[in-house]
Design a protein around this ligand. Structure first.
Ligand code: KG4
Ligand code: ZN
Length: 342
């Protein structure tokens, strides 16, 4: 029997709806909000208003693209958290309405868990072959976590950032350089023509398998302050090299974490997920790392790295198989610590 899941993602500034049939994604519509760009970061109130405007047309577009009718949907999966309160509320409310109207189960999904389980998505062009156990590295705008994953819902946290996330370090670094938002993809693009070894930024060393990225952002701030005193056009004259060097340090810290995790767990099966895993330089270093270590490294197509509802529908599918449904009274969990539970 076929299982059709409608997935909704609205945790931050992307309104996304996907339709999944068994493991296969039939549509994955992402409506990104550009109202935040001129504010240099996501403005929560504007984000929720935009979600409100976009949610129904995005649901319609997802159904139409998938050529699926509402009557064929078996369950509604939605991001419950972590994320912005107002943004999450829009997606959850839409999901509850659909669940009630169609008389199908409501399934809550943890956004971070969904980033990782996106590796099990299949579509017309992509089919991963990730096997358990594996080491998961989640690198997003708010999270940097290393996990040992033994089943869809069985995780052991190996390490995480003690302060800023990798994406946050890139976004804040971009802001210091006067670049737009979100900074990660802008740094990625500028760094393509820069020299990653031109400037040196020290890597932060913390205990065990944890990370720390706030030090490198401070190092960049002092570096800019110092050099601007000597050359007021220092940033403009060296932008590509600064981006490449800064990005190199952050990406290398992530690779170091993976190396250490392999050493400690003896698992060479690695899956990277989250927005920062779209970074072209990190992807290049990972390919190099794979050759050097013989590790089996799994990276996702770019559309499944950044926020999308396909990953929410995927987790919805796994929960549907185990009949893990949510109550209609659920409310957003803006800070969702740990997702080891189902
Ligand atoms: O996973 P995601 O889309 O949203 C969160 O759950 O946070 O990740 C967003 C983060 C932002 O920090 C953004 O700058 C970063 O991912 N990002 C990138 C790239 N694309 C998105 N960072 C570096 N290079 C990219 N190409
Ligand atoms: Zn995300």
């Amino acid at each position: 029997m076929n299982t059709c899941i409608l997935g909704i993602e609205s945790s931050c500034d992307d309104t996304s709806v996907a339709i999944l049939k068994n493991h296969k994604i039939l549509s994955n519509i992402v409506c990104s909000q550009d109202v935040h760009v001129r504010f240099g970061g996501v403005v929560p109130e504007l984000a929720s208003r935009d979600h409100l405007k976009n949610i129904i047309p995005t649901i319609d577009a997802a159904l139409k693209t998938a050529n699926i009718s509402l009557a064929e949907i078996n369950a509604i999966a939605t991001t419950r958290g972590p994320g912005l309160m107002g943004s999450l509320l829009v997606g959850i409310s839409a999901a509850k309405s659909l669940s009630l109207a169609l008389n199908v189960p409501l399934i809550e999904v943890n956004h971070i868990q969904a980033h990782l389980l996106a590796h099990f998505i299949e579509d017309a062009e992509f089919k991963g072959n990730l096997k358990f156990p594996f080491i998961g590295l989640i690198v997003s705008g708010g999270h940097t976590q290393l996990l040992k994953v033994t089943d869809y819902f069985q995780y052991e946290l190996l390490g995480e950032t003690l302060d800023d996330a990798a994406g946050e370090a890139l976004d804040k670094g971009a802001k210091l350089l006067g670049l737009s938002f979100p900074g990660g993809p802008i740094i990625d693009k500028l760094a393509l023509t820069g020299n990653p070894k031109k400037f040196y930024f020290p890597k932060s060393k913390v205990q065990d398998l944890h990370f720390s990225f706030s030090g490198i952002k401070t190092a960049l701030m002092y570096f800019i302050e110092k050099n601007i005193k000597e050359d007021k056009n220092f940033i403009q004259n060296n932008l590509e090299d600064i981006c490449a060097s800064y990005q190199h340090t952050i990406a290398s810290m992530l690779i170091d974490g993976l190396q250490q995790a392999i050493k400690e767990t003896d698992i060479k099966n690695i899956a990277i997920a989250g927005g920062v895993s779209a970074n072209s330089y990190l992807r290049k270093l990972l390919t190099q790392f794979q050759k050097e270590t013989n590790a089996d490294i799994h990276i996702l197509p770019l559309k499944y790295c950044t926020d999308n509802a396909a990953m929410i529908a995927m987790v919805g599918y796994f929960k549907y198989q185990e009949k893990i449904f949510s109550d209609i009274s659920i409310t957003p969990i803006t800070r969702w610590e740990g997702f080891l539970n189902k």
